[in-house]
Design a protein around this ligand. Structure first.
Ligand code: UDP
Length: 329
């Protein structure tokens, strides 16, 4: 089977490509390398550098390659940036997906697995969150992902295309080889920022608010290993190839950790005291986000393998310790 991975040079995309190639699949990657890294492109994948908003470019790849299914990661994904530059998110995430769907429909390509997010829910109405719960995003990033889900739905109805939307909770960790991992030019995520302290890249890490209504006052999140996310994408492709209907699944461990618990686990893993400073809350952060992934477990047969938070942080540490500057030399 030939699988096209859009955004295959990015964090979750590259881990999915490694997993697909390990399982003997034929992989084509498209990435514009705006936030992705050429070093993260698997040497056994066929790589095309270009932008999903470029119809002629997509048509040329789809004319050349016989693609059985598409996995779509190509999007901007920083919540803070999406609030200061919303139109960038509408342009890349929504307009990009529109051009992609036009080209897919024109080429008779009818199966797509797509990365969505817990940010589609906004402030949750209950914990754990079910796929059927209300979706009221509190930021532009989540709004564009929700609109992309709707675009797939209506395009699917009109053109017979089927999709699976995977709503991730907090992606983290790195490939077991320690050769690929999380590397953002502007890092905003908790675990990489915490690990910058033992890596001597920052003095301390900020705790964004310690007055939330949680057991220790800090926010609770559901941290899910990137390799488990990769496995879910492959199961979702199989689900579509078997002829099943379009669907939406949450992906999380179903276990919540506070910011302070994450920092404590990182102290144990690294042996570093990791200094912290409590700062004001970050706008738009819900107190608690925990997934119910029962649907993915039952329908896709997905079972996360990495549930121990220290083991997850150790895999991230293996990558960051060896590559303190990400892929930069
Ligand atoms: N967070 C924090 N300090 C940081 C970065 C993040 O306290 O330097 C908190 C943030 O408020 C949230 C949690 O850690 O509650 C996870 O944030 P992250 O940005 O990693 O993921 P998000 O939950 O926003 O997708």
């Amino acid at each position: 089977m030939t699988i096209l991975v859009l955004g295959g040079a990015g964090y979750i995309g590259s881990h999915t490509v490694f997993e697909l190639i390990d399982r003997g699949e034929d992989v084509v990657i498209i990435d514009n390398l705006e936030t992705g890294h050429i070093e993260a492109v698997h040497p056994k994948a066929r790589f095309y550098q270009g932008d999903i908003r470029d119809r002629a470019f997509l048509d040329s790849v789809f004319d050349k390659e016989k693609i059985d299914a598409v996995i779509h990661f190509a999007a901007n994904s920083l919540v803070g940036e999406s609030m200061t530059n919303p139109l960038k998110y509408y342009d890349n995430n929504l307009c990009g997906t529109k051009v992609l769907l036009e080209s897919m429909v024109a080429h008779g390509m009818d199966k797509i697995v797509f990365s969505s997010t817990a940010a589609t829910y906004g402030e949750p109405e209950r914990i754990p969150i079910l796929e059927s719960d209300k979706t009221e995003p509190t930021n532009t990033y989540g709004e564009t992902k929700l609109s992309m889900e709707k675009m797939f739905k209506w395009t699917g109805l009109a053109h017979g295309l089927r999709y699976v939307s995977l709503r991730y909770f907090n992606a983290c960790g790195a490939h077991k080889s320690g050769e690929i991992g999380e590397a953002h030019t502007t890092e905003t995520h908790l675990i990489p920022l915490v690990l910058q302290v033992p890596n001597k890249q920052r003095e301390s890490v900020g705790i964004y608010g310690d007055d939330y209504d949680t057991k220790d006052g800090t926010c609770i999140r559901d941290y899910i290993h990137v390799t488990d996310l990769a496995a879910a994408h492959i199961l979702a492709v199989k689900y579509l190839v078997e002829g099943n209907e379009s669907n939406i699944f949450n992906l999380g461990n179903g276990i919540g950790f506070t910011v302070k618990e994450i920092i404590e686990a990182a102290r144990k893993v690294t042996g570093d005291p990791i200094k912290t400073v409590v700062t004001p809350r970050r706008a738009g952060d819900p107190a608690q986000l925990i997934a119910s992934s029962e649907k993915a477990r039952t329908i896709l047969g997905w079972k996360p393998e990495h549930t121990d938070i220290e083991e997850i942080i150790a895999s991230a540490w293996k990558w960051h310790e060896k590559h303190p500057n990400g892929f930069a030399k």
